[in-house]
Design a protein around this ligand. Structure first.
Ligand code: AMP
Length: 432
């Protein structure tokens, strides 16, 4: 090997981790449940590229947001393009909707995605720099039932994963018209209290005063608790829209909490915004699992058409953390039914061929092709509690035979190798 000696320990980048074999089952479970429920409600899967033009997020997510200001992983390609690892799915899906002419499909168009997103945040529990999201978007409908459908689907996905004690935090942040008037009223109030705001919020007074509403600093929270609330300043259409959302949620019996401080971090939201939070036994909130809302003005930023839309994103690692904490382990496939032991090169190659026959017959099989000692191999068979072992020694290999050993009583029978799959099927059926 050439090159410099590596002196520092190479590790996964901070805030990013390997999804180890034992974790895979959790991701698969979240995907499988999400996919099944979303498909049932007519959502189709779409997988956008992980890298997109930086401009897409600057325009879409919004230049005054924390994500664009501080958290994007951006790079210049050799060809001089500026690309960014997606920090969220929504702008990518809006781009894809326009790029593939989905505007001319019957509306609404319902899409879902699953995959990693990247944000350069300060890593801490439940906050990573690479994490997975399960994303739902509906393009082409302004009806409040769609906002509720998205909330309902996420709620049902979490329930189907076994996560109970959920609460939906809800607010409406109006549309361009009413939010403009509200911002002026809010600014007037906040400016009176400017001296007590944290440094970030002082800056937000100029860039994005609405964000002050969800600042986590105690001093800002106190000021915000006396601030005018947007809900009292919605225009008639936004008011009616929100009223309908609440009525539908009531009819579905979903537990929600009106939260005037919920404004969400992204520029594109209009009207309904929501988060789904898990609570522990004592009713303490365990952080947001899902976040989303309506974004009726996003598509207009990229095309001449005005297309209303609504969506949400579920944080897969946070969902998995709760599943683990509550012992909601995904079921593991039944252990290997059969252990395949072999001796000698000719037996090894016959074993490999036989494994493929077993796979096609749907019989799960474990092996130790790299081992030579028969007793070591049978110990492995005991360890995984396989009810049967198949043994091919050199003699069996020469005669195209194989031994089936019942691991419970040690009884052995010899069969032709091309009959073993059939034989095993019968035996396995009798123990199921
Ligand atoms: P957002 O895209 O910020 O609306 O977040 C949607 C969901 O993604 C949240 O409710 C969280 O469950 C999850 N999430 C957001 N940021 C992170 C992060 N840095 N690490 C892990 N999960 C996150």
């Amino acid at each position: 090997m050439t090159g410099k000696q590596v002196s520092t320990k190479i590790q996964a980048p901070q805030g990013m981790s390997d999804i180890l074999p034992e974790e895979q089952l959790f991701y698969k479970k979240v995907y499988a449940v999400g996919e099944k429920i979303a498909s049932f409600y007519g959502f189709k899967e779409i997988t956008p590229p992980i890298l997109e033009s930086t401009e897409l997020f600057e325009k879409g997510t919004g230049e005054a947001t924390e994500i664009v200001e501080k958290q994007m992983y951006s790079l210049k390609t050799k060809g001089g393009d500026s690309l960014t690892l997606r920090p969220e799915f929504t702008p990518s899906l809006a781009r894809a909707y326009i790029e593939h002419g989905m505007i001319s499909l019957p509306q609404p168009v319902k899409l879902f995605s699953f995959g990693p997103v990247f944000r350069h945040e300060r890593p801490q529990a439940g906050r990573y720099r690479q994490f997975y999201q399960f994303n739902l978007e509906v393009f082409g409908s302004k009806r409040p039932i769609i906002d509720v459908e998205i909330i309902y689907i996420y709620y049902n996905i979490l329930q189907a994963l076994g996560i109970k004690k959920l609460i939906i935090e809800l607010n409406s942040i109006g549309d361009k018209e009413c939010v403009g008037d509200y911002k002026k009223i809010l600014l007037r109030y906040l400016k009176k209290n400017e001296g007590s705001l944290c440094a970030d919020c002082k800056r937000r007074l100029k860039t994005n005063p609405l964000r002050i509403m969800d600042c986590k600093q105690d001093r800002c929270k106190q000021i915000v608790s006396g601030a005018p609330q947007i809900i009292d300043h919605l225009c008639k259409d936004c008011h009616n829209h929100f009223k309908k959302v609440l009525e539908f949620l009531d009819e579905l019996g979903l537990p929600y909490n009106l939260n005037p401080c919920l404004v969400r971090g992204l520029d594109y939201y209009t009207r309904t915004v929501f988060e789904i939070i898990a609570e522990d036994e004592l009713g303490r909130q365990l952080g947001s699992l899902i976040g989303g809302g309506r974004y009726d003005n996003l598509i207009k930023l990229f095309s001449r058409k005005s297309i209303p839309a609504c969506g949400g994103a579920g944080g897969v690692e946070r969902i998995i953390a709760i599943m683990k904490e509550r012992g909601l382990n995904p079921t593991i496939n039944p252990g290997s039914r059969v252990f395949l032991a072999q001796l000698g090169d000719s037996a090894k190659i016959k074993s490999l061929k036989l494994m493929e026959d077993l796979r096609r017959a749907g019989i799960s099989v474990a092996e130790s092709l790299d081992k030579d000692s028969l007793s070591a191999q049978l110990k492995n068979a005991d360890k995984i509690k396989a009810p049967y072992s198949l043994i091919i020694g050199e003699e069996e290999a020469n005669r195209d035979m194989i031994i089936i050993r019942d691991m419970d009583n040690g009884r052995q029978t010899s069969v032709k190798i091309d009959k073993v799959v059939e034989e095993l099927k019968k035996k396995i059926k009798s123990i199921n």
